[in-house]
Design a protein. Structure first.
Lengths: 668, 633
């Protein structure tokens, strides 16, 4: 069976080599003459061919990873010129081990008077930059780019590292033909992960191939610790191939969150190193359970929980007299917030260690939240870490340590639990900062067992607004606004305004609201996170009322109305992500001007989307001297599926039209 | 507390002996003068920079700076960073951080600073790097004491003294001194000294005391134009090993010509033959220049590579011809070389390129500017060519290099000239529309927008984008119309006349808002101004309008038989020194309405007292642009 597989692989491989068209240098006149992309006319450039070959070569220093890339790109017009510049990021590890780029070759092809003109990439088109301690950037820029040009380049990266970089299968421009081959020696076991949220999914083909290597017995040094003692050995490579055609471009859609969540790509996660007999020498991830356990066992994670002496005295006095575990958690979260500031870095592993972070007063997310957990545990509270992938990191759907880049704290008391994050000053109990609100996280218990917990807020973030409207003699209006905000809406507001001067706060409220003057602003609970944000101010608005032919026209929500539909695309491929469910309530009280009566009032109406998943209600009442409007936008879900987009867009349109409806007053 | 008292006493003693040496009280945030805290995100407690010039090509800059920071917006004010390159050596960098009471909480040494290549987003490569402080504040306020010493072999860029280098930054004390041991004359120029009470302590030795923070206000000049500044330049200087003379712009220009440009203009014979052939039958020099400009645009692309004599020497024309790319200097120099071949003289021109207008200082020659363009003299007029764009029309500068002083580099030396000013009439936007409204409040419309001058610059660019992006663009452009559907888009971009015409067919549902049996429509459908300049209780800074423009609109709205006009305004006129505005509504035959509107904005500089009146003018426009017509069934 094994032999058969090898034969298949060889046959397959040789048919791959005979795909003559894509051999380096064999650019055809047809390719050069093409004016627009045959499938996607909007493309400014297209990848005609990409070949990526990843393999491991045995050397004196053990296995070296080689990644050979050959790419042919068509540039249709000037907007596509930036595809003629390619940046290659190389990683530098400690102790002089680093990735190297070799054999860079490049050619630009132009069709001049029916003839193919070639310009070679020279040294002056290659720039090396020591970007930072860990990164070197190699930039290649191709010569003589003109509309219609085809460029071709190839290079090889040698890496002493066992980690394989993600393999991108979809670009922001179309890819016509893709050939990927990943050959990994039998000693390294990788899990392949393909982004299941992508619109496009590639076809895979897996096989085995026989290899031999020669080594001397003693001088070998391998970064992975795997050395071999025979002078000639046979082993096999596991080979994965992706061959596909016509991969569509990934196009940006607003309000979709991180577009990279939807890009087709493949990751190779190292799960184990095995010896030649197949026995596991070192195991990495392979299930979420194992991933969580392996993270927990890291010295920069689980071991951190063992140190408690350095804060013991401080903490005991802080929680003295507090009994309820959730109350204790809240108290200690505030304490950690006040002691240790977030330095802006994410991470599941501590950067400084919780002790140093506590001492120095700053640290990354893991430093801060593992410190909180340790403190809570020292008080006998059932506190555990929850591994999270931030919104910008995307959603991990396969077991991988790299799938997590953030950690928060969960406190359990019987059947109840709360989530905490002390890295964000305005986060509250069960109100995590938006960066962490990404679907679900992995709870890891003290004994190493783990389970999923939902991170999506299940309660609505509420914003309640009351708006009073009084008419002046010149038909300008004035009044008072009172607002109250809870959970993530409050967090967002505090983050933006808590440290802003009152003056700038007023400017910010006034901005975009027309001829308004805001005064006597009062911002309560800016820093008291136990209470909702309370905001009130007075306003004067000079251009709210239209006096046309002796009648007065106005829309009751004045400057509070949503005037523009943010959803402008005709159709979408990706969901709309509101991050959290929302409830917006408005109560508008209009005092009728002397000598006027109502001629027309907008009708009360309820607009519904998907059986109450979202609901807009508008109730108008005339009540003696007053007109009252109660307007609610009630969004119960935080994600709108692309299949529902059309209906949701209409729902939003109707909502905006309703808010624009006018009250008509005439002289009594 | 007694401890603090004795400390204060000590400070008092120190203060009375040497008034402005840096002292321990500078490290104590709570002792910062109360009157400076107003509107300040940070206060420079003490800043002393000494520039020691030891030779025309040796300079040592030492910095000693203490800044108290009050909130996150002030975090960057410590200025604890140094740029360096092969000619600049950082000898020392050190930071100490103090808490509010002045207790030292952290010390950072040279090796602990972050180190990165200083390649900005658009730049492909540059050999400059930067070391900077990367510090997470634990608590506000805190005070940073930064000390550095940097040795430079280039003296072309003597640090400028700008005590107020940002908004919301107050300065308790700042001192700047040049020690000149070189025997080379150092010229200096000061700006805005009187208004801020800047003291002269000696030759090239100045200080500032108790400068209050400046709050940002919209429409004001760049902060660098209104705050104190001391500029200095060596009359004999060095730029990365190249020696130069700089007594005035003539000298400096001559140096650029001989040391940076001369010998860079050789072209391969093939390019010479090509442009000669292309222009063989064209007599007129400007026409020849147009042909060459087009040739260059088709052949090259812009790439930013900042190398070669501090990023000031252009790539060889030969190289540009071979590679087909270069930065602004290389492309300009290449175009210049090509024009020479066809006997059209042109001058390499240094400019501050930006949407905001900024001049090269006409009466003080110093190494400045961030961009290079090409000047083709045409009798009394100068034509300026932007060589980094593959699509820019010949001689078009609006929006990036228009209306400013620039430096021409001629073989005779440098000359300051002014680039083209686009008048309101030249920067026109003419929008015409034919609208058909139905009795449900839906409409269809055919619209054309013609733009020239600065407005051409604002509209040009969509043409080459994919249809999906174009549609999104127009939905944003007309965001006053919800439910807008774009049926067709057509562009006519006349690069000879520099005139763009966008023609669109659109439709929208429920444009009219409803009220019983009435429909209410706003006739200004396609050019509505909604934004107002920020309101200030009391404006502190003068303001300016940098560019004039003119908008003309003419919309014909056809009503269905079933709707009659119940009420509408006839129009309005507003005339101010800032500009003028008028609109009119009239009934035409066949149940049609005609809406016309003209809005002209003048260019000008105005006193802060005028700001409310300017805002009032804008308020009137916003109000009139919302004018409504009531239709009844």
């Amino acid at each position: 069976m094994k032999n058969l597989l090898t034969i298949i692989a060889i046959v397959f491989y040789s048919s791959f080599i005979t795909a003559q068209d894509f051999k380096y240098g064999k650019v055809s006149k047809e390719e050069l003459a093409e004016k627009v992309h045959s499938v996607d006319a909007s493309a400014n450039a297209a990848v005609l061919y990409r070949n990526e070959d990843i393999s491991f070569v045995y050397t004196q220093d053990g296995f070296i990873q080689e990644r050979e890339v050959h790419e042919r790109i068509k540039i249709y017009n000037k907007e596509g010129y930036n595809w003629a510049t390619k940046k290659v990021y190389l990683y530098e590890g400690g102790g002089g081990s680093k990735e190297k780029i070799q054999s860079i070759k490049g050619t630009t092809y132009n069709l001049i008077d029916g003839k193919i003109q070639k310009d070679k990439l020279k040294k002056d088109g290659i720039f090396e930059e020591d970007y930072s301690e860990f990164t070197e950037i190699n930039t290649i820029t191709m010569p003589n780019i003109q509309d219609g040009a085809v460029i071709e380049y190839s290079y090889k990266i040698s890496s002493p590292f066992i980690v394989i970089d993600d393999i991108v299968l979809q670009n922001d421009i179309p890819i016509n033909k893709l050939d990927i081959r990943i050959a990994t020696p039998q000693f390294y076991v990788y899990n392949k992960l393909i982004n299941p949220k992508a619109f496009y999914s590639p076809k895979l083909n897996e096989s085995k191939m026989k290899k031999t290597f020669v080594s001397s017995s003693s001088s070998g040094r391998s970064v992975t610790g795997t050395t071999f003692d025979t002078s000639t050995s046979e082993y096999s490579d596991n080979v994965i191939k992706v061959t596909d055609e016509n991969i569509p471009a990934l196009k940006e859609e607003s309000y979709a969150g991180n577009m990279n969540n939807y890009r087709a790509k493949m990751s190779m996660e190292l799960s184990a190193i095995v010896n030649r007999y197949g026995a596991v020498e070192k195991s990495y991830s392979s299930s979420w359970e194992k991933v969580s356990k392996s993270i927990y066992e890291s010295p920069n994670f689980g071991a951190q929980f063992k140190r408690t002496n350095f804060f013991k005295d401080d903490v005991t006095s802080i929680v003295a007299g507090v009994e309820d575990p959730f109350q204790k958690a809240f108290t200690l979260q505030n304490y950690v917030k006040s002691k240790v500031k977030w330095n802006g870095y994410n991470g599941i592993y501590t950067q400084k260690g919780i002790r140093n972070a506590y001492k120095e007063g700053e640290g990354n997310v893991a430093d801060i939240n593992l410190l909180l957990i340790t403190m809570l545990r020292s008080q006998g509270i059932n506190a555990n870490p929850v591994l999270v992938s931030t919104r910008s990191n995307g959603i991990p759907l396969y077991p991988t340590r790299n799938g997590f880049n953030y950690v928060v704290c969960m406190v359990q008391n019987g059947q109840n639990y709360i989530l905490l994050d002390a890295s964000e000053p305005y986060s509250m109990v069960n109100v995590l900062p938006e960066r962490a609100l990404n679907w679900r996280g992995r709870l890891v218990m003290d004994n190493g067992t783990s389970d999923w917990v939902s991170l999506r807020p299940n309660s609505q973030a509420k914003e309640t607004t009351s708006l009073n409207v009084q008419f002046n003699d010149d038909f300008s209006v004035k009044g008072k606004v009172r607002q109250s905000m809870t959970s993530n809406v409050a967090l967002r507001y505090r983050k933006k305004y808590a440290s802003m001067s009152q003056d700038d706060h007023i400017k910010s409220i006034e901005s975009g609201k027309g001829a308004i003057e805001v005064s006597e602003i009062n911002f309560e609970n800016a820093n008291d996170i136990t209470e909702p944000v309370k905001l009130s101010y007075n306003y004067e608005l000079s251009d709210a009322i239209d006096d046309i032919g002796g009648k007065l026209y106005f829309s009751p929500m004045l400057f509070m109305a949503t005037k523009e539909n943010p959803f402008k695309l005709d159709e979408r491929n990706y969901p709309i992500d509101f991050t959290m469910p929302i409830l917006d309530k408005y109560v508008v009280n209009v005092e009728m001007p002397e000598g006027y009566k109502v001629e027309a009032l907008p009708k009360s109406e309820i607009i519904d989307f998907k059986e109450g998943a979202a609901k807009f209600s508008y109730i108008a009442k005339e009540n003696g001297k007053y007109l009252q409007f109660v307007i609610n936008f009630d969004l119960k879900t935080s994600i709108i599926d692309p299949t529902d987009y059309g209906v949701f867009k209409q729902f939003f349109e109707k909502m905006i039209e309703k808010q624009a409806e006018q009250v008509v007053l005439t002289k009594a | 507390m007694p401890h603090l008292k004795s400390k204060l006493l000590l400070i008092y003693v120190l203060l009375s002996t040497s008034i402005f040496s840096q002292s321990d009280n500078d490290f104590i945030a709570i002792l910062a003068p109360a009157e400076l805290k107003e509107k300040a995100n940070a206060i420079v407690r003490y800043d002393k920079q000494v520039v020691e010039i030891n030779a025309y090509n040796r300079m040592i800059v030492t910095t000693n700076r203490v800044v108290t920071i009050y909130n996150k917006y002030g975090d960057r004010s410590h200025n604890a960073y140094e740029a360096y390159d092969p000619n600049t050596k950082i000898k020392k960098m050190e930071v100490r951080i103090y808490d509010a009471a002045g207790k030292e909480i952290k010390k950072i040494k040279t090796s602990d600073f972050a180190d990165e290549s200083a390649v900005s987003g658009g730049t492909l490569y540059s050999d400059s790097r930067v070391k900077y402080l990367n510090y997470t504040p634990i608590k506000y306020p805190y005070t940073i004491h930064y000390k550095s010493e940097v040795e430079m072999r280039s003296t072309a860029f003597v640090p400028q003294w700008r005590p107020i280098d940002g908004y919301y930054l107050a300065v308790q004390y700042s001192e700047f001194k040049i020690i000149n041991n070189s025997g080379v004359e150092v010229r200096t120029k000061n700006e805005n000294f009187e208004a801020y009470g800047i003291e002269n302590l000696g030759e090239s030795h100045v200080s500032a005391k108790n400068l209050k923070a400046i709050k940002y206000e919209t429409y004001s000049s760049d902060i660098g134009d209104i705050t104190p500044c001391l500029k200095s330049a060596l009359t004999t200087f060095d730029m990365e090993g190249v020696k130069g003379e700089n007594n005035n712009w003539e000298d400096f220009g001559k140096w650029m010509h001989t040391k940076l440009l001369m010998g860079t203009d050789d072209l391969p014979q093939s390019a010479i033959d090509e442009v000669k052939a292309l222009t063989a039958n064209t007599e007129d020099k400007i026409e020849r220049a147009k042909i060459v400009y087009k040739y260059m645009q088709d052949k090259t692309r812009y790439i930013s590579v900042q190398v070669g004599i501090g990023g000031w020497k252009p790539m060889l024309a030969n190289e540009v011809d071979k590679l087909g790319y270069a930065d602004c200097k290389g492309l300009t120099n290449y175009t210049k070389a090509l024009l020479e071949v066809v006997d059209v003289p042109s001058y390499y021109t240094v400019v501050w390129g930006d949407q905001n207008i900024r001049d090269i200082d006409s009466d003080f020659s110093i190494t400045e500017g961030n961009h290079v363009i090409l000047c083709v003299p045409n009798n009394d007029e100068n034509i300026f060519l932007e060589c980094t764009s593959q699509t820019n029309p010949f001689g078009f500068t609006a929006g990036f290099t228009d209306d400013r002083d620039v430096l021409l580099v001629t073989p005779e030396g440098g000359k300051i000239v002014h680039t083209k000013v686009y008048s309101a009439d030249e920067s026109l936007q003419l929008t015409k529309a034919n609208v058909v409204l139905d009795d449900m409040g839906n409409f269809t419309a055919n619209i054309s927008i013609k733009t020239t001058g600065y407005q051409y610059d604002l509209h040009e660019g969509m043409e080459t984008r994919p249809l999906r992006d174009q549609k999104l663009h127009y939905k944003e452009y007309w965001n006053n119309i919800n439910n807008l559907d774009i049926t067709s888009i057509d562009y006519k971009n006349d690069k000879d006349q520099i005139e763009l015409i966008e023609t669109l067919d659109v439709s929208a549902t429920n444009y009219a808002s409803k009220s019983g049996n009435r429909l209410i429509i706003q006739p200004n459908m396609f050019n509505k101004v909604t934004g107002l300049p920020t309101r200030y209780d009391k404006r502190n800074l003068d303001f300016k309008i940098e560019r004039a423009f003119k908008d003309v609109d003419e919309f014909i709205i056809e009503l269905p038989e079933t709707l009659k006009v119940e009420a509408m305004s006839e129009g309005a006129k507003v005339n101010t020194k800032y500009g003028s505005y008028e609109y009119a509504l009239e009934k035409l035959e066949g149940n049609k309405l005609k809406y016309t509107r003209t809005y002209i904005m003048n260019k000008g500089n105005y006193d802060k007292e005028d700001y409310e009146a300017f805002r009032d003018f804008r308020k009137q426009i916003v109000k009139h642009d919302k004018t409504k017509i009531v239709l009844v069934k």
